[in-house]
Design a protein around this ligand. Structure first.
Ligand SMILES: N[C@@H](CCC(=O)N[C@@H](CS)C(=O)NCC(=O)O)C(=O)O
Length: 218
């Protein structure tokens, strides 16, 4: 059985969303955020203390975008993966990694320096600079969506999950006012997906069962 360790609305939402899109059976453990501090026993399972952690037999993964790709291929075939023989294979890999490396990374600096650090250690200048950095990178998404519903291959894929999570995080950080018109419509479209909505329900139920706050971890 696939086992996913998750915190509410954290990057582990990517694999949760993929699991629900694919209808795969899985076990979900929701931890309080940050687990490193609030669930220290978790470090026995994942010494990094980070989420996600996905266990699947002998497979052990801690990178959210890679896990989505893994699930759609190892547990496929699935339209969520783009095959190497398809024209958009390179675009698929690029957007899947762009979602994490280019779009989520700057937001973690915003999160840390505007919310997570104790007040005295907050750095508004860093938070503002990386918020602008993030919004500027969204221009690539705005351009890619011209005349398209999804980022590549003419269908919804793991690349949309990866970028879609970055838009969810932006909403949590109240950066969504800076979305361009195509990004704003894309974000609406993503939230209408049944897989997204099922993942929201699964997250809330598992958080409630674990006694973890379910209305946003941060
Ligand atoms: N690149 C990794 C990052 C994993 C990561 O840093 N996750 C954050 C939550 S979104 C975390 O666990 N933070 C808690 C900590 O650093 O203690 C991924 O995409 O999964």
């Amino acid at each position: 059985m696939i086992h996913l360790y998750h915190c509410v609305d954290a990057r582990s939402f990517r694999p949760l969303w993929v699991l629900e899109e694919m209808g795969l059976p899985y076990e979900l453990t929701v931890l309080p955020f940050p687990p490193r501090v609030l669930a220290p026993e978790y470090k026995k399972v994942n010494p990094l203390g980070t989420i996600p952690l996905l266990l699947d037999g002998a497979t052990r993964m801690t990178e959210s975008a890679a896990i989505g790709h893994y699930l759609a291929t190892r547990h496929g075939p699935s339209p969520l993966a783009v095959d190497v023989a398809e024209d958009d294979y390179g675009a698929f890999l690029n957007w899947t990694h762009f979602g994490e490396a280019t779009l989520t990374f700057p937001q973690t600096l915003v999160l840390r320096y505007s919310l997570l650090e104790p007040e005295a250690r907050r750095l508004p200048q860093v938070a503002d600079a990386y918020a602008q950095w993030f919004l500027a990178r969204l221009r690539a998404i705005e351009a890619a969506l011209q005349g398209k519903e999804w980022l590549c291959a003419g269908r919804f894929t793991v690349a949309d999950v990866s970028v879609g999570y970055a838009l969810l995080l932006a909403t949590t950080l109240k950066l969504h006012g800076g979305f361009g018109p195509r990004v704003a419509q894309y974000w609406e479209r993503l939230q209408q997906r049944e897989g997204y909505q099922r993942a929201r329900v699964a997250q809330r139920r598992a958080a409630e069962q674990a006694g973890v706050k379910s209305d946003g971890a941060f």
